[in-house]
Design a binder for this molecule. Structure first.
Ligand code: NAD
Length: 297
């Protein structure tokens, strides 16, 4: 992992924008790469961004309500917050405005404090969509299988719908979650065909592409939610996991000849679009991706 760099006096002299205070609210977020992406991009654009982790697992005086955390951040002059597990839905009633896209997804991962208002966005959805558009041009998506209907799966399902997938099958070991996500996607896009199924029913499907949005395949939870023997070279495979970047599923898919989209795409582009919301400026995605990847070096 790259150490946080000290700004040099020369860099400060070149500051062309006022300092900006941003935070990430969540639990278990100490290894997040998002702060460094924002700070490095700010520095490259001549702005000192101070990005604080507001980790609810580590507050010195114990539990605080989300409302108290948001109030404190607003009072302390934060320009905005990224919001992650377990607060993406809980934060919504605490906001003044929510973008249409975040409302459709039913989750907010970016809050901007502006002119006395709290405005919510969902850049997980737009981040996955943008990464997909850039890296998976021309892939067929008449039928896509999404495994996992949790936090990441919700954003991916709505992104796949915006990417004009015609038929989406959602599989989760928790069928209720798959059913809820099906209803949410249909409410936003009534023309898409959506099924919610039990995980053990995926063997007979012949999807054009598969997205893993479960934690299975993470370094701490090895394995695969999609059996390798169902892979064939004409399908594409996407994984949202980025610890590790190359999951066993992606490695098997690559070896089979499939086009693949690693979890870094969504992770980088959620930050790219959040940076734009926080600063009002267009970031450089290549630079932000380089910061993200430097963690693996
Ligand atoms: P979550 O717990 O909210 O959801 C996971 C879902 O997967 C649950 O609904 C669970 O029932 C289901 N599931 C678990 N094992 C399964 C299996 N074997 N088969 C089918 N369904 C199964 O978790 P989350 O927040 O959605 O995170 C999932 C993964 O996505 C994690 O690895 C996380 O790090 C990653 N993630 C990546 C990004 C990114 O930007 N790339 C963003 C968010 C989360």
């Amino acid at each position: 992992m790259s150490a946080q760099r000290e700004d040099s006096p020369q860099a400060f002299e070149q500051n062309t924008h006022p300092d900006l205070l941003i935070g990430l609210v969540g639990r278990g977020i100490q290894l997040s790469r998002t702060p460094q992406m924002h700070m490095d991009e700010g520095r490259a654009q001549g702005q000192r961004i101070i990005y604080k982790l507001l980790d609810a697992d580590q507050f010195p005086r114990g539990e605080k309500t989300l409302e108290a955390i948001i109030d404190a951040a607003e009072l302390c002059g934060f320009a905005g917050l990224n919001v992650t597990f377990p607060y993406k839905m809980e934060v919504m009633p605490l906001l003044d405005e929510i973008s249409g896209s975040a409302q459709a997804v039913g989750a907010v991962n970016t809050v901007v404090f502006k002119d006395g208002k709290r405005i919510g966005h969902n850049t997980d959805k737009s981040g996955y969509e943008e990464a997909f558009r850039l890296n998976m041009q021309g892939v067929k998506r008449d039928h896509v299988l999404l495994i996992g209907a949790g936090g990441a799966g919700v954003a991916v399902a709505h992104a796949l719908s915006s990417l004009q997938s015609k038929h989406l099958t959602i599989a989760d070991t928790d069928k209720d979650r798959a059913d809820q996500l099906r209803a949410s996607v249909l409410a936003a896009s009534p023309s898409i065909e959506v099924d919610a199924i039990e995980l053990h029913n995926i063997d007979d499907l012949a999807p054009d592409g598969v997205v893993n949005a479960t934690p299975v395949g993470m370094a701490k939870l090895p394995g695969t939610a999609y059996p390798f023997d169902l892979l064939h070279r004409d399908m594409w495979v996407s994984d949202v996991i980025y610890f590790p970047l190359e999951t066993a599923l992606l490695a098997a898919a690559r070896a089979t000849g499939c086009r693949v989209l690693p979890g870094s795409g969504m992770a980088v582009y959620q930050a790219v679009r959040a940076f734009q919301h926080f600063t009002g400026r267009e970031p450089n995605p290549v630079r932000m991706k380089a910061t993200f990847e430097a963690f693996n070096a």
